[in-house]
Design a protein around this ligand. Structure first.
Ligand code: C2O
Ligand code: CU
Ligand code: CU
Length: 456
């Protein structure tokens, strides 16, 4: 099987092994889009909110033929609830691991101290629990949580562990914000099922990232959503292990992107195609006021969620604008990171992950410019979604050019194409040892990860 692995993509090997799966439209009958349950706090005080999040094994039914699938989920069989994290509050979460192996609870995109971050160093052993205290002090945004244990991150996410974090702020108004009605999350993932309906990670695993032919939206195939308002806010999360998605509407109309990973854009940007690499998020508004027929949301041209248009309530949108941030000039570079390779041979600055090595040391309060270069190999290389824990950053330039308008917002994950140089500016506000890595989860497992230590 080694040869298949080394081939990377292409059509080598048996199904699912060393290949990139083609996405296919589902022929299952339609089903309502599941909306993750907002998690009820255990208790709420003046300053703090208490939640319990349990990672557990479960069973899910993706297909009508009666086959059931072994899955993993938080507080349920698959995926997880939505946790509201109000800005300015402390959120205390009891995390419980009911899996039969270690896991961690990583709060992707949250700017918090490293010891609360749920990276590979904060493993919760099977059957045990741990408590985290998160002081929420960042822009309203769509973040997510997922496991991050050394060696089994990719498999645990693939089998279903992923949930939503909404940073909220009372001061943010003017946008649709009725959860599940005019403001919906859409966690999009590709998965491959065996004949028996299982998510057989070992059999499907690809060293360049496990892909599948089936598109799941909030954990379900071929979904529909009944649109009730003229404007729908959709929070797109690319929760796949490895696949980039290009999202479009089947009627060819524009969407309006209003937010990136970590908050609102300065200005809304009309977009025909929203491209997200693994780990990235975007919030969009879709205007149905002139639409009479159903419209499908497509990933790479394949429809997967149908918006059914009925009687629509009028909406009036009042776009809050975020402040313009002055960035460093394009000349400044404090650090250079070189992403290289594919498959098992991936590295950052020529090195693979070593938990005992600190790769970058920084001071709290400092602002730095990092240049991230994706060095192509003989086969051309591939796009790496580069993610940093514990910060939200800004993109300064791509190959010396200012970023496109839809990228001028807070980011925690940035796509770097082969042969491209992306400059970002980041300010360290939290201390501890944080990870930075490629968010193709199998690349991260193969060592495309380093450690950033921030001290006072
Ligand atoms: Cu979304 Cu280090 O992770
Ligand atoms: Cu993260
Ligand atoms: Cu990668």
């Amino acid at each position: 099987q080694m040869d298949d692995h080394m081939m990377g993509n292409g059509d080598s090997g048996p199904m699912g092994h060393g290949t990139i799966q083609e996405l296919e439209a589902s022929d299952e009958s339609e089903q309502p889009l599941p909306i993750p349950t907002p998690l009820k706090p255990d208790r709420v005080t003046e300053s703090a909110i208490y939640y319990t999040v349990v990672a557990d094994e479960g069973t899910s039914r993706f297909f009508q033929d009666g086959k059931s699938t072994e899955t993993l989920g938080y507080n349920g069989d698959l995926l997880g609830p939505m946790l509201e994290l109000p800005k300015g509050k402390t959120v205390v979460i009891d995390t419980i691991n009911r899996l039969d192996e270690p896991t961690t609870f990583h709060w992707h995109g949250l700017v918090i101290p490293a010891e609360m971050d749920g990276g590979p160093h904060q493993a919760v052993p099977a059957g045990e629990r741990a408590q985290v205290r998160l002081d929420i002090d960042q822009e309203p945004s769509t973040l997510w949580f997922h496991p991050h244990p050394m060696g089994s991150t990719a498999e645990q996410v693939y089998k279903g562990l992923a949930g939503l974090l909404y940073v909220t702020d009372d001061a943010q108004s003017g946008l649709p914000n009725e959860y599940g009605v005019d403001d919906i999350p859409l966690i999009v993932q590709d998965r491959l099922f065996t004949k028996n309906g299982e998510l057989d990670y070992d059999a499907h695993m690809n060293v360049d990232g496990t892909t599948g032919d089936t598109i799941l939206a909030n954990g379900a195939v071929n979904t529909t959503f009944d649109v009730q308002t003229e404007t729908l806010r959709v929070r797109l999360v690319n929760g796949s292990n490895a696949r980039d998605f290009d999202f479009t509407l089947s009627n060819g109309e524009m969407m309006t992107q209003i937010a990136t990973d970590g908050g609102l854009l300065e200005r809304p940007v009309p977009m025909k195609t929203i491209s997200l690499t693994p780990g990235e998020r975007a919030e969009v508004l879709i205007d149905f006021s002139q639409v009479k027929d159903n419209v499908a949301l497509e990933a790479d041209g394949v429809p997967f969620t149908t918006f059914r248009i009925g009687e629509l309530d009028k909406t009036s949108i009042d776009m809050p604008t975020s402040e313009t941030i002055e960035l460093s000039t394009d000349e400044k570079i404090d650090r250079q990171l070189t992403l290289f390779g594919m498959g098992n041979m991936v590295s950052i600055n020529g090195k693979t992950y070593d938990p005992d090595r600190i790769d970058i040391e920084a001071k709290r309060g400092d602002t730095e410019v990092w240049e991230i270069e994706n060095k192509p190999d003989m086969m051309g290389g591939m796009t790496h979604p580069f993610h940093i824990h514990g910060v939200q950053f800004r993109i300064i330039s791509r190959d010396g050019n200012p970023p496109a308008d839809h990228e001028k917002g807070w980011k925690d994950t940035v796509a770097v194409s082969p042969d491209e140089r992306v400059k970002i500016e980041l300010t360290f506000t939290e201390t501890g040892t944080f990870m930075y890595h490629c968010h193709i989860l199998e690349h991260e497992e193969n060592g495309m990860m380093g450690q950033l230590k921030v001290t006072d």
